[in-house]
Design a protein around this ligand. Sequence first.
Ligand SMILES: NC(=O)c1ccc[n+]([C@@H]2O[C@H](COP(=O)([O-])OP(=O)(O)OC[C@H]3O[C@@H](n4cnc5c(N)ncnc54)[C@H](O)[C@@H]3O)[C@@H](O)[C@H]2O)c1
Length: 252
Amino acid sequence: MTLAGRTAIITGGARGIGAVYARAFAAEGANVVIADLLDEPGAALAHDLQGAGASALFVHTDVTSDASTEQLAARAAATFGGIDILVNNAALYMALGQKKPFETLTTEEWDRVLAVNVRGVWHCTKAVVPYMKQRGGGKIINIASVVAFSGTPGFAHYVASKAAVIGLTRALARELGDHRITVNAVAPGLVANEASRQLNAEPYLAQAVGARALKRPMEPDDLVGTVLYLASPASDFVTGQTIVVDGGAIMD
Ligand SMILES: NC(=O)c1ccc[n+]([C@@H]2O[C@H](COP(=O)([O-])OP(=O)(O)OC[C@H]3O[C@@H](n4cnc5c(N)ncnc54)[C@H](O)[C@@H]3O)[C@@H](O)[C@H]2O)c1
């Protein structure tokens, strides 16, 4: 129970990999706040975690909205007495629908992806930092992607957004260091989940496995140890970093 008594907000926690993080934080004893647009799965997951003895709360949240993210932080702090950890996981990924050449992206598609994937990180961070300062410290973990390094074709707006998350992580780490708030990013490789299967026709997933030092499909659980580490006191002197978790495909 390394996170007993800590309060962790997981954005985009209602489904997909975010839901796996929510379960893992609950298993480590944290109070878990699931923040997502998806009411039904979000509330069901919180209910499920409560049934297993965890402290959990679902808050309907749009990460692109100042008002919504401020309300999220206020509800989390009022319910659990403070905020210690923020996992900025919400993104438009499965919602991209399909890959397409950069010239065919519309301005609306570009702006929407940047609004959720980058501006959303800024909104959520701004909303929780006052509560972390009250606590005398905090942990912010931003979910980027290896596509920021590989430049994978077919979703230039998404690639640009994840590269921006890495830059934002470094800027926030510098600005928040004096408050003992660490800010780090995790860059996952291609996870063999529903979202990736929708976006990538075979043989793409098999090729991704072949490019790894560790040649097997990547599961959401493969990310849990790194995210928990960055949320725990074990990483207290680590900030501004991006940890690639991809089975050894990218080696920079
Ligand atoms: N699946 C992969 O292979 C992979 C690889 C690298 C990085 N990632 C990243 O990991 C994270 C999770 O990926 P996933 O596969 O679970 O994706 P997903 O698309 O299934 O889940 C994204 C979640 O974010 C939520 N969300 C979207 N817009 C929101 C908004 N405006 N406000 C609040 N919540 C919102 C969605 O409702 C959903 O629950 C994302 O940041 C993604 O970019 C995924």
